[in-house]
Design a protein around this ligand. Sequence first.
Ligand code: MGD
Ligand code: MGD
Ligand code: SF4
Ligand code: MO
Length: 767
Amino acid sequence: MQKKVSGYCALCISRCGCISTVRDGVLVSVEPDPTHPTGEHLCIKGRTAPEWVNSPERILTPLKRTNPKGSADPGWQPIPWEDALKTVADRLNTLAQTNGRESVAFSVTTPSGTAVSDSFVWINRLAHAFGSPNTVFATENCNWHKDFTPVHTLGSGIGMPDYEKSGCIILWGFNPTATWLAQATQVRRAKKRGAKLIVIDCRKVGMASMADQWLRVRPGSDGILAMSLAHVMIEKGWFDAAFIRDSSNGSFLVRMDSGALLTEADIDAEGSDQCYLQWDEVKQSVRRVNAKNKTADDQCAMPALFGSFTIETLQGAISCSPAFQLYADRCKSYAPELQHSITGVSEVQLYKTARLLHECGPVSYFTWTGTAQQTQASQTSRAISLLYALTGDLDAPGGNVYFEKPTINNVFGLDLMDVQQKQKALGLAERPLGPGTMGWISSTDLYRAVVHHQPYSVKALISFGANPQLTKPPTPDTEKALKALEFYVHADLFMNPTAEYADIVLPVASPWERTGLYAGFHVSQQADAHIQLRPAVIEPRGESKSDMWIVFQIAKRLGLDEHFFLGDMDRALEHLLLPANVDRQTLEDNPQGIRLPITTRYRKYQTEGFATPTGRLEIYSIRFQETGYDPLPRFKEEVGIDPVYPLLLTSAKWVQFCHSQQRNVPSLRKRMPDPLVEVHPETAFEKGIGDGDWVVINTLQGTTQARARYNSDLQVDVVCSQYGWWSPDAQGKGQHYNGLVDSDGIDPIGSSNSLRQIYCNIQPLEE
Ligand SMILES: Nc1nc2c(c(=O)[nH]1)N[C@H]1C(S)=C(S)[C@@H](COP(=O)(O)OP(=O)(O)OC[C@H]3O[C@@H](n4cnc5c(=O)[nH]c(N)nc54)[C@H](O)[C@@H]3O)O[C@H]1N2
Ligand SMILES: Nc1nc2c(c(=O)[nH]1)N[C@H]1C(S)=C(S)[C@@H](COP(=O)(O)OP(=O)(O)OC[C@H]3O[C@@H](n4cnc5c(=O)[nH]c(N)nc54)[C@H](O)[C@@H]3O)O[C@H]1N2
Ligand code: SF4
Ligand SMILES: [Mo]
């Protein structure tokens, strides 16, 4: 018996349309579905998915620990589902009663690099319905800087390049060839049609070899690079002044005494503090702007972007400048001639790049983890958003666009907690604009709460996938915390070094064994209009269950049924689909998905404004200013180089694996048997390291091992290694890339770690 079933590969954010073949109830192959908007190609992980699904290492029953934590053998003993679920509910309820609901933390793996996307919102909803503001998630090192920080500038995330109409595309610390195949396909197509391409990456990877400009930025200097580029564009007048004047707060006057925006309330006792002021160059006087709809009292005015003006206020004469002037001044302090030793990019190349941006638009860009994993990621994100704002192409044809998506109900459920409970999120008090606002916490904050009871005690962890032992920086508390947790339950397909500390492990079905709803495939309007209910193609292996089922069953036993459709997953799905204009039956009848008849509305800000405090794109961030952060990007410069650790280490992803997963898939492992570190041959030669030799990487924090691979496209003092290795036959077990990271250095706004700007040294491994 053989059948072919349409679906999509759920293993990463690309969600490539695919066709799965099942023979006698066993998944035997996964192939591309070129009729699907993301189905032109599958990567090697998708093609080898049957090995992953059928792996002998899958967890097939609920397991209970019988030996103490930290023992070499946890003594896993199979237990019935009912016992497991009852234990989980009983323990969580008891702990919450004695220690408060915030004492139970949740954890979820990344939906961009796993299929947990099927249940991501339900897992978060469970935490919120339970009353826990504490969900550990990779966001601070993954997507906070691209999906949430830009809210303070653009009023939204960064959107998606409108590849089909872009004249010039920037890939900034993002290598879709390895990490998002469907975007790579779009870029290649655009390039073929004649679009220009700028790649900003420390390595010449992926599309860099076909780029019109490849900017070999030094790790961690992207914010400075963005400011340098912006300086050139402002100095040359290569920016969309009308857009900045009419749609950003760049024309709003800033009081030089306080750094606050000047408002009508400053000049008129009856005036509104929501009404901002510009300097009108025609009338040579101030002009009032209604915050929410940009209409001013005088339409034929010319608001100044540059200059310095003395304004008579209720407190006397005050010197003021348009926010854009302050931004231009800040950019000037990062002028290319001052910064090329820090960014590694020459003045000439910066001018050429700025010219491309000016002459070859519309410009679109995508940035991801190359600009995330640094301690200045939030200001870097702002600097890149502001540089992009200069093009005037936001939400315009060919620019970064907010495509229309199928509308589905939002069940994230943050509002199931009251304000007081939400405010208890670990780290939120220190970083009020950080991931805590979404109920997401860092593992460092979790471990501190478990071990030091700071700011309060956390006693339990319920984790859906994730392997923070390897994917987050270590802290002196990590192991202590994992041992000290009074109760830890981990739901996964495979064991991992973090799950080894669990009290109970729950077996999760693979995405080929469960349904999944996906609404909007991102990479074009056509893809984003696509909605699909991926069918299960085989029976769940062993007793494994979907994350959604586990969530609903735990909710039931916790007495939270009312928030989970009384345990009825079909009704839950119907609820999601209510506003979507498509019903479940239609989706079930069309497993390849449905394209809804929706089209792009460009430049929505013209009618809706921007979702920022001033209702405009914020050159000058009001929330940053009010929270005590610099309202304009500012960067600390590299510290002087330590002769003991003279090399600059960064990391990246390769197509074979997602994070710490898939090392146990034989076909993938054959292609990448050992952890790699890319080294410039000159540096390697100096240290007596041959291509393919094992080397030791040292930092102030730790040490690990990897095999050298020569890469002559790197700067000579930059090295790039892999993270996520731990499988027993890889050399370096017990050590890993993130052991090299200093967990204390974090971004003060968004809490990202320095995973990509680490001073290190390397030497040959003594056998
Ligand atoms: N040095 C360095 N560190 C990094 C990064 C880097 O670039 N450099 N990248 C960071 C980024 S971007 C991210 S997102 C994080 C990721 O960090 P994590 O979220 O910890 O990701 P993984 O290591 O892939 O762990 C995934 C675990 O979830 C399980 N899993 C897979 N699918 C499912 C599912 O459907 N349900 C359940 N319940 N479990 C599932 C897997 O078997 C595995 O055990 O790592 C970060 N760490
Ligand atoms: N194969 C695979 N695909 C994945 C994942 C995976 O683990 N494996 N994970 C998924 C997830 S969760 C995510 S977040 C995405 C991430 O997707 P990407 O962001 O594309 O992932 P990376 O390869 O880690 O980083 C992109 C590039 O940043 C460069 N880089 C390193 N340091 C710097 C720097 O300081 N500045 C700049 N400008 N560039 C730098 C690296 O050389 C690399 O080419 O991928 C998703 N897809
Ligand atoms: S890029 Fe690979 S792993 Fe990601 S969805 Fe596509 S086939 Fe699956
Ligand atoms: Mo990520």
